[in-house]
Design a protein around this ligand. Structure first.
Ligand code: AKG
Ligand code: FE2
Length: 365
């Protein structure tokens, strides 16, 4: 007789189920396509996750910032102020008129969707768990570290400092991934200049600090979930790096924590979402905020697709310590974080699940 309440047996069984799912390489897209009506137990999140699942009733979303004529002095001052305010109070904003055509945005989304919609036999060639470089397709990057799994699969491609070899990038999205990285990096560089100016620093300061030199692109797929009230698309977390550029299709699901509320980030045609990461919160000495965000499990038949590029500090180039920029410190505004090493930053990120504490909490003075 099995004792199903024995915690040892339960955890053994969970481990086995997680491993079987991982080894099947089918991802949640495969589970969803198989027509299951009950999700496997290891996807079920504890009740705490859901006590706050109601979203805000307020109609204001994250700020939308128009980048038209950003290089004209008459516009720039206002845009810098809007970006500074958004990064300070929301940590999230959308940019429009950023210079990337809607057809490029659509092509990128279509290519990532096409990758995820391939049969398991095709996708499984790319299914690996090797973080930190190259190409990795897997379901839940933190599958073995997180307390509960989430309803998404991801294709991750390192773009810089060493770009994954072109032949390792799946052919269905190779051209689009490389093109999107170029376009999104241009937008990120423009936004980083504005963010830098918003702190009273020279526009080129972030570039000089190699803030866009380590980049990883992740193409997420959130397929239809038959029990969207029992799991989430991605668990609440903050992004570790400098900034993230996020492109989403028209299927809603992303939510941002604003005060005590969860605010929906409604798909905005042609818009690109930018958010502040932990590292930028630290170097800005808390001026810019890295805020919690999550994605609800998708209850629509249409998969939700998002493509994020994380702009990170370059661990290969950085040698010394990082911390609040000395230029920003005054007797009235002393450092609120201690310095840390790149190694500490990376260990903290790769050693945990998304649901664990961020580096920020550890280095707070
Ligand atoms: O899919 C999304 O909209 C958000 C993804 C995300 O937050 C992440 O990959 O860090
Ligand atoms: Fe994120």
């Amino acid at each position: 007789m099995h004792n199903y309440n024995d915690p040892h047996t339960t955890s053994q069984r969970r481990k086995k189920e997680v491993k079987e799912f991982d080894e099947s390489k089918m991802g949640v897209k495969g589970l969803s396509d198989s027509g299951i009506t009950d999700i496997p137990k290891f996807f079920v999140h504890p009740p705490e996750t859901f006590c706050s699942l109601k979203s805000s009733s307020t109609s204001t979303g994250i700020p939308v910032i128009d980048l038209s004529n950003v290089n004209l002095d008459s516009h720039r001052t206002k845009i810098v102020e809007q970006i500074r305010e958004a990064a300070k109070t929301w940590g999230f904003f959308q940019v429009i008129n950023h210079g990337v055509t809607v057809s490029v945005l659509n092509e990128t989304i279509a290519a990532i969707k096409a990758f995820h919609e391939q049969p398991t036999e095709e996708k499984s060639k790319y299914y690996v768990r090797e973080e930190g470089r190259g190409v990795m397709y897997a379901s839940n990057n933190d599958l073995y570290r997180a307390k509960a799994a989430c309803w998404h699969d991801s294709l991750q491609v390192w773009m810089s400092p060493e770009q994954a070899p072109a032949e390792d990038i799946p052919a269905v999205c190779r051209r689009e991934v490389v093109k999107w990285d170029l376009q999104a990096t241009k937008v990120a560089d423009c936004v980083m200049r504005l963010l830098s100016e918003g702190l009273g620093l020279e526009a080129g300061k972030f570039k000089e600090l190699t803030f866009s030199d380590a980049r990883v692109l992740v193409g997420h797929c959130y397929p239809y979930c038959p029990q969207p009230d029992l799991t989430v698309g991605i668990t609440s977390h903050t992004d570790p790096g400098i900034v993230t550029v996020l492109l989403q299709n028209q299927v809603q699901g992303l939510q941002v924590k604003h005060g005590e509320e969860w605010v929906d980030v409604k798909p905005l045609h042609g818009g690109l979402i930018i958010n502040v990461g932990d590292f930028l919160q630290i170097v800005s000495n808390g001026e810019y905020k890295s805020v919690q965000h999550r994605v609800l499990a998708n209850s629509n038949r249409e998969p939700r697709i998002s493509i994020v590029i994380f702009f990170n500090l370059c661990k290969w180039k950085g040698s010394g310590y990082y911390g609040p920029l000395p230029e920003l410190l005054t007797p009235e505004k002393p450092a609120i974080y201690r310095d840390f090493t790149t190694q500490e930053f990376c260990e903290n990120f790769y050693g945990k699940g998304l649901d664990s504490k961020s580096l920020i909490d550890k280095i707070k003075l």
